[in-house]
Design a protein around this ligand. Structure first.
Ligand SMILES: Cc1ncc(COP(=O)(O)O)c(C=O)c1O
Length: 421
């Protein structure tokens, strides 16, 4: 029996006729998402309303420029959509100004750099190997090639960001911009602390909240809009919107940010995605969203608790975010092996470098586990305990194919109980 609901089947008919290969691949992906436990910390499930806006005819419209200042005619409705998206983003975070056009988190970060920096300027961001993001100055990224990028890391023993070390680095480097934010840091970030360092050293302060935006909206993490000059984010991680980015800033940066996004970096905005962002922002403004975010956090804590009981070492000893970073070295398995093993039992997670990782980035000693998707499916503490058990059993029983098959069957049963749409 197909796991795709009737309404979705109808929507797929046109695509099936026009392009059966793509239709089949999408249907297969739908089944994969339904039948696997997705623990990728940067993913989530969007609502049908977000999907509908994203799949709308707004994709047909060119709307270069900004509301009431477009380079094309026929933008009346595009203006309505973008105005709503901007004002909802502003309401959500209490910002002075929002730009909702960045195609992704990476584009949002580059737009800030374009607005605030000249090539060769110094930036200071979190080391990629310690949980930072490529766009915070990694050598392989344009951020590390066009700017003089310096980094701070986490403490060797605690795995925590040490603000004294950040201060010392900032005093030595004298960056024009300090970036706070991470892809695999399981703890709250001290935005006021970073603001203080930026002020002391005359740097601008950018917070990249791509991962934790939803937790911030729910009031579970501090809101960096109050402390940072500029805030960038994705819309598709904890925030549970379409794939994309946005920038929040104070009035004084509004013009230069808008100019940097368009025409500086991008061409026409993706109006269908901006519509979907607006829908997601509206959903995030509802009281239910805060309850959902609390569950994401509770589930991550529960996952950390059980994994520790099962003898796993966790970087920083736990979490106060949506993710857990497991140090697998005591289990005698690499991140790559664990990722592949879990895939066999229907659990999708990603290998991840741990701070001071002795393994290469392709192999790693860590596993990053996130709870946004399984929480969106409605799973709670009881299921999290089961999932932590599956992970333990798969790793301890990895030489026993029969055991792995039995875990796969249990995972499939759990997935059936919690459909994705
Ligand atoms: C902290 C952080 N910033 C930026 C990005 C980039 O987002 P995107 O993949 O949408 O370009 C990510 C993506 O994982 C991220 O974790």
């Amino acid at each position: 029996m197909s796991s795709i609901p009737a309404q979705k089947q109808d929507e797929m008919n046109a695509l099936r006729c026009a392009d059966p290969e793509i239709a089949l691949a999408i249907e297969a992906e739908q089944r994969r998402q339904q039948t696997h436990l997705e623990l990728i910390a940067s993913e989530n499930l969007v609502s049908r309303a977000v999907l509908q806006a994203q799949g709308s005819i707004l994709t047909n419209k060119y709307a270069e420029g900004y509301p009431a200042a477009r380079y094309y005619g026929g933008c009346k409705h595009a203006d309505t959509v973008e105005d709503l998206a901007r004002s909802r983003a502003i309401n959500l975070f209490g910002a002075d100004h929002a730009n909702v056009q960045p195609h992704s988190g990476a584009s949002a970060n580059l737009a800030v750099y374009l607005a605030c920096l000249d090539p060769g300027d110094r930036i200071l961001g979190m080391d990629l190997a310690h949980g930072g993001h490529l766009t915070h100055g990694a050598a392989v990224s344009i951020s590390g090639r066009y700017f003089q990028a310096h980094s701070y890391g986490v403490d060797h023993d605690t795995g925590l960001i040490n603000l004294e070390e950040v201060r010392t680095r900032a005093q030595a480097v004298k960056p024009k911009l300090i970036v706070a934010g991470a892809s695999s840091y399981p703890r709250k970030i001290d935005y006021p602390g970073f603001q203080g360092i930026a002020r002391e050293t005359g740097a601008l302060f950018m917070a990249d909240i791509a991962h934790v935006a939803g937790l911030i909206v729910a009031g579970l993490h501090a809101n960096p809009v109050h402390y940072a000059d500029l805030v960038t984010s994705t819309t598709h991680k904890t925030l549970r919107g379409p794939r994309g980015g946005f920038i929040l800033c104070r009035h004084e940066f509004a013009k230069s940010i808008d100019r940097a996004v368009f025409p500086g970096l991008q061409g026409g905005p993706l109006m269908h995605i901006i519509a979907a962002k607006a829908v997601a922002f509206k959903e995030a403004l509802s009281p239910d969203f805060a309850i959902y975010q609390q569950r994401v956090l509770d589930n991550a804590e529960e996952m950390a608790k059980h994994l520790e009981e099962y003898g796993f070492n966790l970087v920083t000893g736990g979490t106060d975010t949506h993710l857990v970073l497991v140090d697998l070295r005591s289990k005698g398995i690499t991140g790559l092996e664990a990722e592949r093993l879990l895939e066999r039992v229907g659990i999708t997670a990603n290998k991840n470098a741990i701070p001071y990782d002795p393994q290469s980035r392709q192999v790693t000693s860590g596993l990053r586990l996130g709870t946004p998707v399984i929480t969106s499916r409605g799973m709670g503490r009881q299921q999290i305990k089961q999932i932590a058990g599956f992970i333990r059993d798969a790793i301890t029983g990895r030489q026993d194919p029969g055991k792995l098959v039995r875990i796969r069957e249990q995972v499939a049963r759990l997935c059936l109980e919690f459909p994705i749409c």
